[in-house]
Design a protein around this ligand. Structure first.
Ligand code: GTP
Ligand code: MG
Length: 145
């Protein structure tokens, strides 16, 4: 999910482009303004953290671009491309390392495990909004079909 800072800073295309160029497949993408309830559910694991209120305020402060992205080992690969939570600790070349400065304005959310990806996708998308299709250049990207 591209967070409101990414959308407002017109970085959404840039970031999605990185995933596309890597060879990943965009199955769904939707601009939306998240309400407080959805934000609190999405980030429920952080409910007891001191930064929770700021996090919910931030993620509901403007439009986000929610996406579903598919590819082999996609979750760990995207987490690596995203970089460390604190952009100042994120490697150069990562999304947060290249575009962000503060932890509370770190551009992008990425699911951290298959279970959380499933849960989060179902929070943001109906099944009918997720497009299944074949990339015509898959054999140029993957060794095995
Ligand atoms: P997400 O992909 O957004 O879930 O980030 P993450 O998995 O790298 O980090 P984590 O799940 O631990 O934290 C969720 C979000 O809460 C982070 O992306 C930050 O925006 C915010 N956050 C985490 N730790 C802090 C903190 O110490 N201070 C503040 N202000 N925000 C924090
Ligand atoms: Mg997280």
């Amino acid at each position: 999910m591209l967070k409101p800072d990414a959308v407002k800073r017109r970085l959404a295309g840039e970031v999605i482009g990185r995933f596309e160029k890597r060879g990943l497949k965009i199955l769904a993408a939707k601009m939306m303004v998240i309400n407080k309830e959805l934000a609190e559910t999405h980030y429920g694991e952080h409910a007891e953290k001191p930064f929770f209120k700021d996090l919910v305020d931030y993620i509901t402060s403007g439009p986000v671009l929610a996406t579903v992205i598919e590819g082999e080992e996609c979750i760990s690969m995207i987490r690596k491309m995203v970089g460390a939570t604190n952009p100042q600790e994120a490697d150069m070349g990562t999304i947060r390392g290249d575009y962000a400065i503060d932890t509370g304005r770190n551009i992008i959310h990425a699911s951290d495990a298959p279970d959380s990806a499933k849960r989060e996708i179902s929070l943001f998308f109906d099944e009918s909004e997720i497009c299944e299709y074949v990339l015509p250049d898959e054999e140029l990207i993957y060794e095995e079909p």
